[in-house]
Design a protein around this ligand. Structure first.
Ligand SMILES: [Zn+2]
Length: 131
């Protein structure tokens, strides 16, 4: 049984793009550390977070600031974004190179070369000499 819901094709494409090129963070507002629902890092109750959401994969980022200017980012990734090893002998997480490879494949997969020069086949025989 899998606890992770199946990921839509659109989301899969977003994961490839975000892993390869980084997230597209959109600032959504400010969250106070003492606000209900806010979960600042342990011991940072007197802090304020800049909350952002990725417009591509929907992951969330909280950048928690203290009064002294210290910043601690916290991420909440969309289900399926992170590679999870269920057992020690499971596949390791894909590398950055692998994600880029997936991006490149997706970029080229439905590119049908339209301007391909037509090669006219000519009989291999000797051409008649013009006289
Ligand atoms: Zn993203």
């Amino acid at each position: 049984m899998s606890l992770v819901r199946p990921v839509s094709e659109q989301l899969k494409e977003a994961f490839v793009a975000c892993h390869s090129e980084g997230h597209q963070w959109r600032h959504m507002g400010r969250v106070g550390g003492s606000e209900e629902g806010a979960r600042p890092p342990l011991g940072l109750t007197d802090s304020v977070a800049r909350y952002s959401r990725c417009t591509s994969c929907d992951s969330e980022r909280y950048r928690w600031y203290t009064r002294s200017g210290e910043v601690i980012p916290k991420y909440h990734y969309t289900d399926g974004y992170l590679h999870r090893k269920a057992r020690p002998d499971d596949e390791p997480a894909p590398t950055k190179q692998w994600w880029r490879q997936q991006l490149v494949i997706s970029l080229f997969e439905d590119m049908i070369p339209t301007a391909q020069p037509t090669v006219q086949s000519r009989p291999a025989g000797r051409r008649r000499k013009a006289s």
